[in-house]
Design a protein around this ligand. Structure first.
Ligand SMILES: Nc1ncnc2c1ncn2[C@@H]1O[C@H](COP(=O)(O)OP(=O)(O)OP(=O)(O)O)[C@@H](O)[C@H]1O
Length: 598
């Protein structure tokens, strides 16, 4: 029974206020359809009475006797025509209602799917960045691409269950009006069928969860095949990958097979149980000497009730079979266990004095660190980034430089210590105002699938074509772009696949420069750029001196040569902060040694 409580909040969330108001309409149409059906079947009693040439009401309770009297003041022929017309009219109207219900539920189903997918994408955009460090991309992809559809199917099944339940209640009420004794027998029988069905369908939750987890594993494998196409080929791993993929895919097949077998056993079983119940009623009516027209009407009503009961049971088992998907979608939508996006309300319109790291420590929690161990990658870091100056952050691989960038961009928060911006805690500054004044070009080549122009102006809607061109010139990208057949309209492809690494970096740099940011962060942003272009880029960066703040991370001396200050890191500790001019003669290795030796 825990399924309905978990499906209902999903229904509420997916349908929202206006659509939720349509649910009573669906129920109302279901009830009205069932009432018309019951009435139509009930009118068979007087119809049979006329055909069989007697209108006696012996053995009939109030309602059946009332029906038997329908149109009693008319002549026999007119009465036959009137009752037949009423039966036909009720069938036609019932089917009009049924069609309207199909339209309405299809509409609700479509809207529910749309709302669930929108809610999922909004949630992915809302959660704090650490969430992506902790979660498997395959799991997230599977939820959006597969489980969201099943969640909307579950909502449709729930609506179906509501409609079937309302129809069943109405038809049971008609049965009760015809004969309470036989209805008692039917209700007992139905309760037993429902019990058997409930026990069997509770077995569906475990295989449903297994399908979900195997689908996640398969999605991870698919992502791997798409992203690692080059790696797989260069190391000749095609056969190995084929086997790994086949195993993941077969895992899904097996889990889905177990689920469908357990689900498949339910319809035949319930059909047999319903047939037994039907026969029990026939025998019971014969034994109790119930009149023929009443028995026929009762059996037809019972016969019409059974598909609704079966549909109700099927909707129920479908819901059980989709419980894993519902849980998965609900998990992603639940904000309570997700890292929050940065908050803060202090205004920020530019750096005045500088940024200070005051005893800042930080540890990642995620797959790399393991669930229990959170080893600090930054230990009580103390250093300053002064406004209007260029600061180089250097250190060997893994020293913690990108972690400092992540903290500055507020992707992650310090575990202890403070980052002060002109004396104010960074965590209290309005994140959108802060980010509006920052631009980052990093070693991760984050290009969007669009044109070069779209990539340069990404996130800076106010930029014109000439702004984009000016930024491309500063980033030494204009010349190569002009030589492309479609220039700035060239499509860069998924993650910039149509361009060389150096070209991608220069476009990413142009994107950072186009907004002339107050604080520019370059994290290995020119590592793939040729020497000549890099020298020109360094000239561009020099021109920001005194006016703007620049933070540069690089393993190349030439890239940091223009910097005013240098911060040397070693294994997560700040070893030295100095004016770069005092250490400019040292090679990178000597600088690293210098830091390590302090
Ligand atoms: N998402 C993560 N989860 C767990 N540990 C991480 C994560 N990202 C980085 N680390 C760890 O944090 C440490 C510092 O990494 P960081 O990327 O800051 O180094 P870096 O100085 O920028 O190195 P490089 O010069 O190689 O880019 C490393 O030991 C790394 O393994």
């Amino acid at each position: 029974m825990s399924l309905i409580p978990s499906a209902l909040p999903m229904l509420r969330r997916a349908l929202g206020g206006r659509l939720l108001r349509l649910v009573p309409v669906v129920v109302g149409l279901g009830l009205a359809g069932a009432a018309l059906e019951g009435l139509g079947i009930g009118l068979i009693i007087p119809l049979l009475g006329i055909i069989m040439g007697h209108g006696e009401t012996s053995g009939m309770a109030g309602f059946s006797a009332l029906l038997q009297q329908a149109g009693a003041d008319l002549g026999e022929r007119e009465r036959l025509i009137a009752i037949s017309a009423a039966i036909l009219g009720s069938i036609v109207l019932k089917n009009v209602f049924a069609f309207a219900n199909t339209l309405l539920t299809s509409f609700i189903y479509g809207k529910a799917g749309y709302s669930i997918r929108s809610a999922l994408s909004e949630q992915l955009l809302r959660v704090g960045y650490p969430f992506f460090l902790q979660q498997s991309p395959g799991r997230l992809l599977n939820i959006i691409s597969n489980e969201s559809w099943r969640a909307s199917d579950a909502i449709q099944a729930l609506l179906g269950a509501i409609v079937s339940a309302s129809a069943a209640v109405i038809l049971l009420a008609f049965l009760l009006l015809l004969s309470w004794q036989m209805t008692l027998l039917v209700t007992l029988g139905l309760a037993l069928v429902q019990l058997a069905h409930g026990v069997l369908s509770s077995n569906l939750k475990a295989p449903s969860r297994s399908v979900v987890s195997r689908n996640s594993a398969l999605a991870s494998q698919m992502l791997h095949l798409v992203h690692a196409g080059r790696l797989i080929r260069i190391f000749g791993q095609e056969n190995h990958e084929k086997a790994v993929f086949a195993k993941a895919s077969d895992g899904v097949r097996r889990a889905a097979f177990v689920l469908s077998i357990r689900q498949g056993v339910l319809p035949p079983l319930t059909e047999v149980l319903h047939a037994m119940l039907f026969l029990a009623v026939v025998i019971g009516a014969w034994l109790a000497n119930v009149s023929f027209p009443l028995t026929v009407a009762f059996l037809i009503l019972l016969y019409r009730l059974q598909p609704h009961m079966r549909a109700l049971q099927m909707s129920w088992s479908q819901l059980q079979g989709m419980s894993g998907s519902l849980e998965e979608v609900q998990w992603l939508l639940d904000p309570s266990d997700k890292p929050e996006a940065p908050q803060g309300s202090l205004p920020f319109d530019g750096l005045r004095q500088g940024i200070s790291f005051d005893d800042v420590s930080f540890a990642y929690s995620g797959p790399l660190s393991g669930p229990d161990t959170r080893e600090a990658v930054l230990h009580q870091a103390v250093f300053d980034i002064r406004s209007g100056r260029s600061t180089a952050l250097i250190g060997r691989s893994g020293a913690g430089k990108t972690t400092i960038v992540n903290l500055l961009c507020r992707f992650v928060k310090p575990d202890s210590g403070r980052i002060l911006v002109d004396g104010a805690p960074l965590g209290e500054i309005d994140p959108s105002q802060w980010l509006r004044n920052i631009a980052l070009a990093s070693q991760e080549l984050e290009l969007v699938d669009g044109t070069i122009f779209e990539n340069i102006v990404y996130g800076h809607d106010a930029a014109s074509a000439s702004d984009a061109m000016r930024a491309a010139r500063l980033a030494e990208a204009h010349e190569f772009i002009e030589h492309l057949p479609r220039g700035y309209a060239t499509l860069v492809g998924y993650r910039g696949i149509n361009l060389s690494a150096g070209q991608r970096q220069r476009i990413a740099l142009a994107r950072a420069l186009v907004r002339d940011p107050d604080i520019l962060i370059l994290d290995e942003a020119t590592s793939a750029v040729d020497g000549l272009s890099e020298a020109a880029i360094v000239e561009t960066l020099k021109s920001r001196a005194g006016r703007r703040t620049t933070i540069v991370i690089s393993h190349h001396h030439s890239t940091i040569s223009f910097c005013d200050d240098v911060v040397i890191l070693s294994r997560g500790r700040v070893k030295k902060q100095a004016a770069f001019a005092t250490l400019a003669k040292l090679s990178m290795d000597e600088l690293y040694q210098h830091g390590a030796g302090e």
